[in-house]
Ligand binder design. Structure first.
Ligand code: SUG
Length: 416
């Protein structure tokens, strides 16, 4: 088996809009009501994928889900469109943030030697709670080979689960067994704690993880209160390296001791609040970066331009690059439209360690497919959406046709 890390990015859907639906996600609430640029958003996401592909990183993608979701509105008896929040929820393109699609345990970590995926129920936010049925359909298509993959239903809705955004994996190499770290929040603060401990424990048991190689860590309540609605806003891991803000975890000393005891090779780099405050880390999304090992072995951090342009973050990154720290390259990417809804480079992708030969090849990016995606987006995605337009029948027809044009270009008619 050729086990490699493949990043599956969610293609930004044609209904991308700013409705301010996510309490506790400061970027999303700050942009509520503004005009969005779905075409530019999708092209930005595509350029990020192309740049990673050009670096020699295997790249996959997920198609946007069918939106507006009329079935959901009907089930809520809200299809008359008079409830603006539910209406916006039905139109949300939030499935673009593929880090919330599922939690993934690669084959070397699981009891049956298959790669396990549990689709996230996303129950905390109504506009995201209706993603999972269509996401599950798509995951079962991408990872259809039952000899290599097990794709599970969501955990019961009494336990909130937000997928890989609260999950990190430490390992000597992607294809080797790893330590899986689940980060959960506790309720009681000003904003919802979206990842429940029980949900993480259910996922770990279902995936057949060795209890010695699964760790459950509480996220710091002050990080959630400051706007870190997912752990991937304040921490990121790759192979043996963990990069985290000093205030990421409720009890950092215990967290690091627990990690060190189970995975002694770990290298932990913490960014002190004196260098980058929690507020600036969340504003700039320094940690919502893709920490990747390039084919030549060099470690790179793919950061949003907002992080690169932040003076304190830049100082910290420059000192990392000037010294002999583990990160040797910083690659800024422009995903501003997604960022304005609280989604950085890391939110846009789901990491799957697998042999590409075992995956439906239609979901693996090539230069030719990128061109087809680009043409479909450029020809059919709306240039702008004013949140006032949500509910318009004309716009609904247009965005449905746009998605179908993309599916056709990718030979993915069964998702129509
Ligand atoms: O769930 N934003 C998403 C952003 C998700 C980011 N993902 C990770 N951190 N992995 C969310 O809050 C905004 C949509 C709106 O407000 O209209 C939104 O859903």
């Amino acid at each position: 088996m050729n086990l490699v890390e493949i990043n599956f990015d969610g293609i930004v859907g044609p209904t991308h809009n700013f409705a301010g639906l996510s309490l506790g996600n400061l970027a999303a609430t700050a942009h509520a009501g503004q005009v969005s640029y779905p075409r530019a958003a999708a092209l930005q996401g595509l350029e990020k994928m192309r740049a990673n592909l050009a670096l020699g990183l295997p790249q996959g993608f997920f198609a946007p889900l069918p939106r507006p979701n009329g079935t959901w509105l009907e089930a809520l008896a809200a299809d008359d469109g008079t409830d603006p929040v539910l209406l916006a929820g039905a139109w949300s393109a939030s499935a673009m943030w593929a880090a919330n699609a599922a939690t993934v345990s690669p084959a070397p970590d699981t009891a049956d030697g298959r790669c396990h995926l549990t689709v996230a129920n996303l129950v905390t936010m109504p506009h995201r709670a209706h993603e999972w049925p269509d996401t599950l359909t798509q995951l079962r298509l991408v990872f259809a080979h039952a000899r290599y993959f097990a794709v599970h239903e969501p955990v019961p809705p009494c336990f909130g689960d937000e997928g890989a955004a609260n999950h990190m994996r430490l390992t000597s190499a992607h294809g080797e067994p790893g330590l899986e770290i689940f980060v959960y929040g506790k309720a009681g603060g000003p904003f919802p704690a979206r990842q429940h401990e029980q949900a993480s424990r259910i996922v770990a048991r279902r995936h057949g993880l060795d209890p010695e190689r699964a760790l459950f860590i509480e996220q710091s309540p002050e990080a959630i209160a400051a706007g870190a609605f997912h752990n991937d806003v304040v921490a990121v891991a790759n192979e043996h390296l963990l990069l985290a803000h000093e205030q990421a975890f409720a009890d950092p000393a215990a967290a690091y001791a627990g990690i060190g005891a189970r995975f002694p090779e770990v290298e932990i780099v913490t960014v002190p609040a004196s260098a980058v405050s929690l507020a600036e880390a969340i504003r700039s999304y320094l940690f919502n970066a893709q920490l990747v090992t390039l084919p030549a072995g060099e470690v790179a951090l793919v950061v949003p331009t907002e992080a690169w342009e932040s003076a304190p973050v830049r100082r910290w990154l420059d000192s990392m690059l000037a010294g002999n720290g583990p990160i040797r390259r910083v690659i800024p990417v422009d995903v501003r439209q997604s960022m304005a809804n609280g989604g950085g480079p890391a939110c846009l992708r789901l990491r799957v360690v697998a042999d590409p030969a075992t995956i439906d090849p239609r979901f693996l990016l090539t230069d030719d497919k990128a061109l087809r995606i680009e043409r479909a987006i450029a020809a059919t995605w709306p240039e702008t959406i004013d949140p006032q337009e949500l509910g318009s029948r004309q716009l609904a027809d247009r965005v449905r046709a746009a998605r179908l044009a993309l599916l056709e270009a990718l030979d993915l008619g069964e998702l129509a």
